[in-house]
Design a protein around this ligand. Structure first.
Ligand code: NAI
Length: 567
């Protein structure tokens, strides 16, 4: 946490005055400027006479928030507050973290991206459009603050579940970086949202007369990758120590970009690596609660898209760390896509999917559909599945028959319907709890209300990347790491699992509540920082010193005091 004094000292020399100060969202305190500050900083008469405390401002701001009729209006309200008074914005979010996180980020940010050109008010972040490709270093030098800890960058092509939004995708880096600050404590002025505008193929956007992006179809192929390379080289040149986090790129771009650059600079992809880490953290927590180990698990992955394969890869890597060979680990996975179980007889598998193909001999004689496919019910009927994860977008795929069959064979079935949004969830938690007589360990992709069962209330963990990426940012800042390794992501998942409330109380949720998330983020950051040192990608520090740096790096929103300034 920064102290008020520190802030005053660092900023008193170049402090703006009067309206310039009130227009500065980093320094503005609104009605909380004291009499002394008002008189010294040219604010007298610009504010109503009453000097409010931040607590009083929070009451007023919450009242104003509540007056908004729709979620999109609430989002617009919060964004306006962020652009006016950043400290108050983050304090309000912290006070109402469970209520407001979904408004600032998913799911409401999806509407903000769709409506971006219509609700645009003030500049935030950098737009780097394709026509500017030869001057990217100069564009980066236009950033509002010279020091940047974290960049979140998107090209707007695969925004949440709503696809190509072109320049409207900017809502994502803005919202996501707010959570880096809210949870990880990354200083807001040291975050930089970037939208790479390579055009859009969304006809609705292109035909919208108010569309604010580069009105052009998407750049593709080698020209696209050359542009990405120009961007990365510019970041390396201008901001060599900054973490570059990729967000919402289409799968055919996301993986090659990550593979190409992950050893070249401090970078990670939250859709791929963050998703895998949070799911792994939840599974590790559930496995601990069930009294087993990860390498005892038979894992059925329903859905073999980018999320399904990414999560399976994370689980497989963790199994190797527990001592299994890669070959042994693969035998623990039963991965199913829309054409049934992945097996070696299938000719349609990508190299990433082929890793999980079961040998055809292992499934010979199993029941098959008329198309020759092995379905989910067949797999569950034939093996003793301990973990069932859904990343398929198929609502209701985890039927009563399937779940009862699984629960017949294991004491604590781990069942995670992770597909979003709620309407696409593979099962409803209340059904899972009921069909397994309260024994299932459940985490979901979308938020679900707690379930009442047998006189108790079972809270449902939401497997949300917010448990990983802000902690990762904090770890990188505090430890001075220069790369993000797989082992660091695994360390994050393990630290998350260690903080599972269900370990202390078996009827509690598998993942911590948002109200505890800043503390958990600091714990995860310490584990990740230690792992970075072990991997040789961060300077060596004593454990106490790392802990101290993590705590000191986690910014907390308090108003600076300008009382001592000599202006
Ligand atoms: P994708 O489109 O790449 O993959 C979908 C997969 O499901 C494909 O393998 C497809 O063959 C399979 N599938 C479709 N219909 C099927 C059927 N009838 N039977 C069996 N398999 C079927 O999508 P992606 O990006 O992998 O996302 C999948 C879901 O996971 C989405 O709902 C997404 O919102 C969710 N997700 C959740 C996350 C979380 O943390 N909770 C993180 C990332 C994604």
């Amino acid at each position: 946490m920064i102290t008020e004094q520190q802030t005053t000292q660092s900023r008193s020399s170049d402090l703006p005055r009067g309206m310039d100060l009130l227009d500065n969202h980093e320094l503005n305190k609104g009605t909380a400027f004291t009499e002394q500050e008002r008189s010294k900083l040219g604010l007298q008469g610009l504010l109503p006479p009453y000097v409010a405390s931040i607590e009083e401002q929070l009451v007023r701001a919450y009242e104003a928030y509540k007056r908004n009729q729709s979620d999109l209006d609430r989002h617009i309200f919060l964004r306006a507050l962020q652009d006016t008074n950043e400290v108050l914005f983050y304090r309000l979010l912290l006070e109402h973290i469970e209520e407001m996180t979904p408004i600032v980020y998913t799911p409401v940010v999806a509407q903000a991206c769709q409506q971006f050109s219509h609700i645009y008010r003030r500049p935030r972040g950098l737009f780097i459009s394709y026509p500017l490709r030869d001057s990217i270093p100069a564009v980066l030098r236009n950033r509002p603050d010279p020091e940047v800890d974290v960049i979140v960058v998107t090209d707007g092509e695969r925004i949440l579940g709503i696809g190509d939004q072109g320049a409207g995708g900017m809502g994502i880096p803005i919202g996501k970086l707010s959570l880096y600050t809210l949870v990880g404590g990354i200083r807001p002025n040291r975050t930089l949202p970037i939208l790479l505008d390579v055009g859009t193929n969304n006809a609705e956007r292109l035909n919208d007369p108010e569309y604010l992006g580069w009105r052009h179809e998407r750049i593709t192929g080698q020209a696209y990758f050359d542009f990405i390379d120009q961007f990365v080289q510019a970041v390396k040149q201008e901001l060599p120590k900054t973490c570059l986090q990729w967000e919402d790129f289409a799968t055919p771009h996301a993986r090659p970009i990550l593979q190409h650059y992950r050893d070249e600079l401090l970078t990670f992809n939250d859709d791929i690596q963050g998703t895998a880490a949070v799911a792994l953290g939840a599974v590790l927590g559930a496995v601990k609660v069930s009294g087993k180990s990860l390498k005892d698990q038979q894992i059925v992955m329903f859905g073999a898209g980018s999320a399904g394969i990414g999560v399976a890869d994370g689980l497989r890597a963790a199994m190797r760390v527990e001592g299994l060979s890669d070959q042994e680990a693969r035998t623990h996975f039963w991965v199913i896509d829309k054409d049934g179980l992945l097996h070696s007889g299938r000719k349609d598998l990508t190299p990433e999917m082929a890793v999980y193909a079961q040998p055809t001999e292992r499934v010979s004689g199993w029941p098959r559909t008329s198309k020759g496919q092995v379905g989910l019910a067949d797999v569950i009927g034939k093996i003793e599945a301990t973990t069932l994860i859904g990343l398929s977008t198929v609502a209701g795929a985890f039927s009563e028959t399937i779940v009862r069959e699984m629960a017949r064979k294991v004491q604590r079935p781990i069942i995670f319907p992770l597909s979003n949004p709620t309407a696409k969830s593979e099962a409803k938690p209340e059904d899972l709890i009921r069909w397994t007589d309260g024994r299932a360990l459940v985490a979901t992709g979308s938020p679900f209300a707690p379930v009442r069962y047998d006189g108790r209330t079972v809270p449902i963990a939401q497997c949300n990347n917010i448990f990983i990426f802000p902690a990762m940012g904090l770890a990188l800042v505090a430890s001075g790491a220069s790369r993000v390794t797989d082992a660091m992501l695994l360390a994050a998942a393990r630290a998350l699992a260690t903080n599972s409330p269900a370990l202390k109380d078996s009827s509690a949720a598998l993942l911590p509540p948002l109200t505890d998330i800043r503390r958990v983020a600091a714990e995860i950051a310490i584990a990740v920082g230690a792992e970075a040192q072990k991997a040789g990608v961060a300077p060596k520090l004593a454990e106490d010193e790392l802990r101290r740096r993590v705590k000191a790096s986690q910014w907390f929103p308090v108003y600076p005091s300008f009382a001592g300034t000599d202006r």
